[in-house]
Design a protein around this ligand. Structure first.
Ligand code: PRP
Ligand code: MN
Ligand code: MG
Length: 180
């Protein structure tokens, strides 16, 4: 384990199992729907690639980069589009894939945007749900794990852009982000 990590919350095996469970369910729910699976960069990238490998149905993937955080731990409350989709969502069954729902600002913004673009359906699949921190009224349709209000990193999730490449999800030691 890296010294900056206090403890492992979800191991590689846990993550593999959850991708299998959700992928199986999504394969049933989206059979014959040719979903457009949207990865919200950058945090969702690792989960997304594992998830779609567990979906043995026709689907398309696309990427969108929106950011609500700076390099700190506190949300700025502001959502910006850094990279838009290449694909039109008009009349498409859209599945948004996220690593974590925290305040819900990112997803609330995305849902509103995709609705104005007239998607046929919009659902959310998130690896983790941090319900305690919710500010906006957002509910994920598919949830991997409910997580407590701790600073989690790894498997796509960063602190100051680092730790995304850890193969597991860990709790960051408070001294790493305190007094910064
Ligand atoms: C993080 C995380 C979610 C979002 C959740 O992304 O990956 O996308 O914040 O927070 P919210 O529910 O309060 O909006 P971030 O904006 O840090 O960008 P990143 O994915 O590139 O790290
Ligand atoms: Mn993100
Ligand atoms: Mg981030």
């Amino acid at each position: 384990m890296k010294p900056d990590i206090e403890r492992v919350l979800f191991s590689e095996e846990d993550l593999h199992k959850v991708a299998q469970r959700l992928g199986k369910q999504l394969s049933v729910d989206y059979a014959d729907k040719n979903p457009l699976v949207i990865c919200v960069l950058k945090g969702a990238i690792l989960f997304m690639t594992d998830l779609v490998r567990e979906m043995d149905i026709p689907l398309e993937i696309d990427f969108m980069d929106v950011s609500s955080y700076g390099d700190g731990t506190v949300s700025s409350g502001e959502v910006r589009i850094l990279k838009d989709l290449d694909t039109s969502v008009f009349q498409r069954n859209v599945l948004i894939v996220e690593d974590i729902v925290d305040t819900g600002r990112t997803l609330s913004y995305l849902m509103k945007l995709l609705k104005t673009r007239e998607a046929k359906s919009i659902k959310i699949c998130t690896l983790m749900d941090k319900q305690d921190r919710r500010v906006m009224n957002v509910k994920a349709d598919y949830i991997g794990f409910e997580v407590p209000n701790e600073f989690v990193v790894g498997y796509g999730l960063d602190y100051a852009q680092h730790y995304r490449n850890l193969p597991y999800i860990g709790v960051l030691k408070p001294e790493i982000y305190e007094n910064k």
